[in-house]
Design a protein around this ligand. Structure first.
Ligand code: ATP
Ligand code: PRP
Ligand code: NIO
Ligand code: MG
Length: 495
């Protein structure tokens, strides 16, 4: 997918916060722009009070980085920007510098469809300070939203226990890009199809749909409307039965189902879009079964989310297919994932990498210094723990301890020799060159399914999930603690 080209006709370089440009200018002025640095993109808390998060959006990030350049019109705009005193905001030398700027970073990232946890880097950027800094806002913009929606979709699909979930969100989505990105992420998270035809075209997602109340209302009677639809689409009939009276609507659907059958065709089923979905789906099931349509599917829609689907399952509703729009594509109960992008190391002139720490009053917000990788350990195919460790750290195969970065009293002993392991960060760019081949979207969706299957169901529970262990390898933990102590001593004037 060429998102930048197909959707934005060229350059996205100005899709950033102004302060990234002012910092870039100041780095340039102080000759720091080319100093190497490492930044990590991570979040601190799962969305939806859940126990897992599903990564998505990397393909957009790749596309952004491949097209990373300031176009002629971008540069013209920047050169005309004025400082408060009326002088040019940016010197000509800086505009020239931007005009020659080429993307040269290394990027390592988790693949789309990977299950991820708080504090572990999902994207690691290593490169000249100016470039790393300029990537902050777009990377967060691209990764936060799709990861949020893929996670919401995964939760909804888990609640539906393998039954198809059709994504119907376009009409309520956050504008054009919000809708397209949401349809893509919803498919990665497990939805079967989208109603958004443009998402189908752009991303190769299956497209599907039924019909609206207006179709029924445009006829004299519901029966006529069903008949006309059956004439047009004899193999694709899902009759919307609740326009006037749901029970009567099911009767009419059965009548037209019989007409179709007399012509050698089968109706696919019915859709119920209002009222008590447990009561009406069970009633409809009885009626369809009695009339000889045990295979007819019952689609339910109307402001559904994972909680209502879970509740309807608990009530033994006879729903086979779920249509979910608004609450999925807007991530209704949590409209943003709070992923952040933080500096964790810089390279000194001597060539030595120096880990960087930011102290916060909230210990939750103290970052993890250094250059890290993340390993996931599996036992009998089940994920048992994730370990964040320093890139050049040897891991003792006979045993190490991982320590929760937010609570040092939570520790877990790991015996790497007994586990299978997976490096979660994969090389994406080396020196600005793409070294990763993006999988097809259906393979990303399959990866998500496999990843989710490798986690115990207690972590996937919708309410009060069990915490999955993610910790710092012990040497990294000690290095971090020492840096925190040193920084505190400096603060107190003790150093
Ligand atoms: N048995 C049920 N258990 C729990 N929630 C349900 C059940 N049946 C329906 N719901 C949900 O309750 C809400 C009902 O919303 P609302 O009252 O707006 O719908 P309605 O009046 O039935 O339909 P509409 O206003 O679209 O004609 C929806 O979110 C629906 O998904
Ligand atoms: O409820 P969602 O999860 O967003 O799913 C999409 C909804 O869009 C359609 O109706 P619309 O909401 O436009 O009108 P209605 O509620 O009056 O049927 C459809 O019938 C669904 O109810
Ligand atoms: O195809 C449908 O049934 C559909 C599409 C969009 C929104 N609501 C329903
Ligand atoms: Mg509605």
């Amino acid at each position: 997918m060429k998102i930048t080209k197909d959707l934005y006709h060229g350059s996205l370089a100005l899709l950033t916060d102004f302060y990234q440009l002012t910092m870039a200018y100041a780095y340039w002025k102080s000759d720091k722009g080319e100093q190497e640095a490492v930044f990590n993109l991570f979040f601190r808390k799962h969305p939806f009070q859940g126990g897992f998060t599903l990564a998505a959006g990397l393909d957009y990030v790749i596309d952004y980085c491949r097209n990373f350049r300031f176009g002629k019109e971008d540069l013209e705009y920047l050169s005309k920007m004025k400082a408060p005193d009326g002088s040019p905001q940016f010197e000509k030398g800086f505009i020239d510098y931007l005009s020659k700027l080429k993307f040269t970073c290394d990027i390592d990232a988790v693949e789309e469809g990977t299950v991820v946890f708080p504090n572990a880097p999902m994207i690691r950027v290593r490169g000249p300070l100016i470039q790393c800094q300029l990537l902050e806002t777009p990377l967060l913009n691209l990764f936060n939203f799709q990861t949020l929606i893929a996670t919401k979709a995964a939760r909804i699909n888990l609640a539906a226990k393998g039954e198809p979930v059709l994504e119907f969100g376009l009409r309520r989505a956050q504008g054009i890009d919000g809708a397209l990105a949401a349809s893509r992420a919803a498919y990665i998270g497990g939805c079967t199809s989208t109603s958004n035809v443009m998402a189908g075209k752009l991303f190769g997602i299956p497209v599907s749909g039924t019909h609206a109340h207006s179709w029924i209302m445009s006829f004299e009677s519901e029966l006529e409307a069903f008949e006309a639809y059956a004439d047009a689409f004899p193999d694709q009939c899902v009759f919307l039965v609740d326009t006037y009276d749901t029970i009567n609507g099911v009767k009419n659907a059965i009548k037209v189902g019989e007409i179709l059958r007399s012509k050698g065709k089968e109706m696919i089923g019915i859709r119920i879009d209002s009222g008590d979905l447990a009561y009406y789906s069970n009633k409809a099931r009885e009626m369809l079964d009695e009339a000889g349509f045990p295979e007819a599917k019952i689609v339910a829609s109307n402001d559904l989310d994972e909680n209502i689907i879970h509740s309807l399952k608990g009530q033994e509703a006879s729903v086979n297919v779920w249509g979910v729009g608004t609450k999925l594509v807007t991530a209704y109960d949590q409209p943003a994932l709070g992923a952040v992008y933080k500096l964790s190391a810089v390279k000194e002139e001597s060539g030595e990498w120096v880990p960087k720490i930011k102290i916060s009053q909230q210990s939750l917000k103290i970052n993890i210094p250094g250059i890290h990788n993340v390993k996931r350990y599996y036992s009998n195919g089940k994920a048992v723990a994730d370990m964040i460790y320093l890139e050049d750290q040897e891991i003792n195969p006979r045993g190490t301890v991982i320590i929760d970065p937010t609570d040092a009293t939570r520790r877990k002993r790991i015996m790497p020799a007994f586990y299978k392991e997976e490096e979660l960060l994969k090389p994406i760019f080396k020196n600005g060159k793409l070294v990763y081949k993006s999988p097809k979207i259906k393979d990303i969706r399959e990866r998500a399914q496999n990843q989710l299957a490798s986690f115990d169901k207690t972590h996937k529970r919708i309410v009060n999930p069990h915490l999955y262990p993610v910790g710092l390898e012990e040497n990294l933990h000690h290095m971090r603690m020492n840096l925190v102590l040193k920084a505190k001593q400096m603060e107190n004037g003790e150093a």
